[in-house]
Design a protein around this ligand. Structure first.
Ligand code: 5GP
Ligand code: ZN
Length: 114
């Protein structure tokens, strides 16, 4: 997707502070952090949202969570805890239409988010 911000981050057109990368998954620090640790974890492949997951591409979700497992250890928040958030569509507050999971931690997080 040529006009997708996260595709541009994947192909290096937009710089990012990378936290983790493998063949299919990329994680980088959010430009506007909501917590001391705020990382965005994405598939390198352009998938618009959870609504666009299907039998063919669903394996990426498992790969993303495997990556998160490594990232939380690397960033030292595995034991203190963290939150994984997916915003889907307009009411979900999704502003970038490339599937992504927010990984938030480093402080006590409020619930419910409102
Ligand atoms: P959403 O609101 O779609 O769930 O989350 C999109 C996230 O992407 C937001 O938290 C926003 O701060 C982050 N973001 C938007 N543009 C950029 C960018 O160019 N670089 C980085 N690192 N994060 C971005
Ligand atoms: Zn994209």
């Amino acid at each position: 997707m040529s006009d997708c911000i996260f595709c541009k981050i994947v192909n290096g057109e937009i710089p990012s502070k990378k936290v983790y990368e493998d063949e299919n998954v990329l994680a980088f620090y959010d430009i506007s952090p909501e917590a001391p640790v705020h990382v965005v974890v994405i598939p390198k492949q352009h998938i618009q949202s959870v609504n666009d997951l299907n039998e063919e591409n669903l394996e990426i979700v498992s790969q993303i969570f495997k990556a998160i497992n490594k990232i939380v250890i690397e960033l030292g928040i595995a034991d203190s805890g963290y939150r994984i958030v997916n915003n889907c569509g307009k009411d979900g507050g999704q502003t970038v239409n490339h599937l992504h999971f927010h990984l938030l931690g480093g402080r006590s997080l409020n619930w419910p988010p409102g």
